[in-house]
Ligand binder design. Structure first.
Ligand SMILES: Cc1cc2nc3c(=O)[nH]c(=O)nc-3n(C[C@H](O)[C@H](O)[C@H](O)COP(=O)(O)OP(=O)(O)OC[C@H]3O[C@@H](n4cnc5c(N)ncnc54)[C@H](O)[C@@H]3O)c2cc1C
Length: 518
């Protein structure tokens, strides 16, 4: 499609053309995403009302918002499916074989980490700083793709606190309502509140540790701490005020609210109501963060990394685990699964407990001139970001089948919808979409992460980070490394009564937290 002049009114033929193209481009994922949209945007109304509202919304998108946005946006031919963060090459590509074609996997290791994203990178980094020089204390990281080729190289690039206190409170409370309906409401509320406070405490330390590490190591990963602003519509204002009050009450004061004028000053986004503001959030180049962690770790003799090595199975041999990979078997005393949304493929007991959920993004040149760089910007249904000369848009949170974890299958309809959303918040712009991709994040049923032992022995997992891996992975990696090495003089922010996978795998045998004195 060639675009007419951006300021001209939208001709009727253009609307028909755009609509026809949108309908022709619909794929399986669009129908799944439509279902997510219906469920999240129109809760608490009948199915018929939901459908009617959805049809009206879709027609408005296809007839008004998207045709208007597409008058000033174009798509490269072809649009690359490579996530923009990975477009300029990977310094650890095909490691170690790019440098040593004859390299082989070790037969033994103290620890095998499966996956080299934020989590695998964090484990490697902390191990390299803490393990003794005893050669038996070796950590081997195996990755079926490349370092940061999973969600860690496909995301929005925000270092977040994850979820503010009230959000965690609500999701855990909902879950407890389903799981422990017979418990008194006051008990469930108190417990959910404790979960929220524990999560936030761990996330704050996580964010501070990331900042210290970037500074101390001198990482070149474009780290800037300018917060994350989240628009809220009129009907969400009461909930926003409640969430800010809970943050104040629990001392988790990262989360606050700002006026529309302040929103525009900080982001360039125009809104009509107060927005949520996470003060301590930052932005960075997520893949460079992972590569930097691994590069530092690999300067230690205690860490080895093997890309393009898929783990097919982990076998418990009693005192050791046998890790069956596409390049041979490694025997290890400890295993850490850093496989996030891919976990149920390797460990089927996590089916329906770790839910792979697709999110997508697109990036390109141009975009709204008003948009401010290096600040996290979320509309009510989309995120936006400006990094260097590139503007990114993204959205979606639709569950996909376990075997679809990690697939790149973005919806063109969603990308075009996002262009309309960007116009709604920032006004007219010129933009050329050059990259479009998707990734899978993982949600647990209570949207609370799991960090700890999965078998009562020596096999660990860090997962279920609910689309906020930066909020958990670095600090969780530190704590798991400390547990394996027996280091006890540092705080451990992931107490098993909250974070143990048993909470999901066997809730009846899980030791739930004691209620604190209120
Ligand atoms: C579009 C999008 C936007 C996002 N925005 C943000 C954001 O702004 N801030 C934020 O904090 N989070 C964001 N997230 C979520 C964030 O990217 C994830 O939470 C985070 O990357 C998870 O890191 P990880 O290392 O645990 O998992 P991953 O990065 O998914 O890494 C898991 C790795 O394990 C490997 N693996 C899996 N199975 C095997 C196997 N059998 N053998 C060997 N290797 C295996 C995979 O190849 C993969 O590389 C976003 C995600 C997406 C998709």
């Amino acid at each position: 499609m060639s675009n007419p002049d951006r300021c001209a009114p939208v001709p009727i033929q253009w609307r028909f053309k755009v609509m026809a193209r949108l309908l022709c481009e619909l794929r399986k994922h669009d129908f799944r995403a439509a279902r997510t949209w219906i469920d999240t945007m129109y809760p608490r109304v009948s199915v018929v009302t939901r459908l009617i509202r959805f049809v009206c919304w879709s027609l408005r998108q296809m007839w008004c918002d998207i045709p208007a946005a597409l008058r000033c946006a174009t798509f490269a031919r072809p649009v690359s499916r490579t996530p923009v963060w990975l477009a300029d090459g990977n310094p650890l590509e095909n490691h170690p074989w790019s440098r040593d074609a004859d390299a082989t996997l070790p037969q033994r290791a103290d620890v095998v980490v499966i996956g080299a994203g934020f989590t695998g990178g964090a484990l490697a980094y902390h191990w390299s700083k803490r393990a003794t020089t005893d050669s038996s204390r070796k950590m081997v990281i195996v990755e079926m793709g490349e370092a940061a080729s999973g969600s860690s190289g496909r995301n929005e690039g925000l270092v977040v606190m994850g979820r503010y206190c009230h959000m965690v409170f609500k999701t855990v409370l909902d879950y407890l309502g389903r799981l422990r309906a017979h418990w008194p409401d006051t008990l469930r509320r108190q417990l959910a509140r404790q979960f929220a406070v524990v999560y936030c405490k761990a996330a704050y330390r996580n964010a501070d540790l990331i900042e210290q590490t970037v500074k101390n190591e001198g990482f070149d990963c474009d780290y800037v701490r300018q917060g994350w602003i989240q628009a809220r519509d009129a009907d969400q204002q009461a909930l926003l005020a409640e969430s800010v009050q809970m943050a104040l009450d629990t001392g988790t004061t990262d989360w606050t609210t700002i006026t529309p004028i302040e929103v525009e000053r900080r982001t360039g986004m125009r809104v009509t109501h107060n927005a949520g503001f996470s003060l301590a959030a930052a932005s960075f180049h997520p893949a460079k963060w992972v590569w930097s962690l691994l590069q530092v770790a690999l300067t230690s003799a205690q860490v080895e990394f093997y890309s393009r090595t898929r783990v097919a199975r982990v076998e418990d041999m009693g005192e050791e685990y046998r890790i069956h990979t596409s390049r041979g078997v490694i025997l290890a005393r400890h295993v850490v699964n850093a496989t996030e949304s891919y976990t149920p493929l390797l460990h089927p007991q996590f089916h329906d407990r770790i839910l792979p959920t697709q999110t997508q993004a697109a990036s390109g040149a141009g975009g709204p001139t008003a948009m401010k760089p290096h600040v996290g910007i979320s509309g009510t249904r989309a995120f936006f970001g400006k990094h260097g000369g590139m503007v990114m848009v993204g959205s979606d949170a639709t569950r996909v089948a376990d075997h679809e974890a990690g697939r790149i299958q973005p919806s063109r309809f969603i990308t075009k919808f996002l262009l309309g959303e960007m116009r709604r918040y920032f006004g007219e712009y010129r933009y050329r979409v050059t990259h479009e991709w998707s990734g899978t994040v993982s949600y647990t049923p209570d949207e609370f992460p799991i960090v700890g032992l999965m078998d009562d022995k020596r096999q660990y997992i860090i997962a279920g980070m609910a689309g906020s891996g930066t909020a958990v992975s670095f600090n969780a990696g530190r704590c798991i490394v400390n547990r394996i090495l027996g280091i006890t003089d540092e705080p451990d922010d992931y107490p098993p009564e909250y974070f143990s996978p048993k909470r999901l795998l066997d809730p009846d045998k899980h030791t739930w937290p004691q209620l604190a004195e209120s």
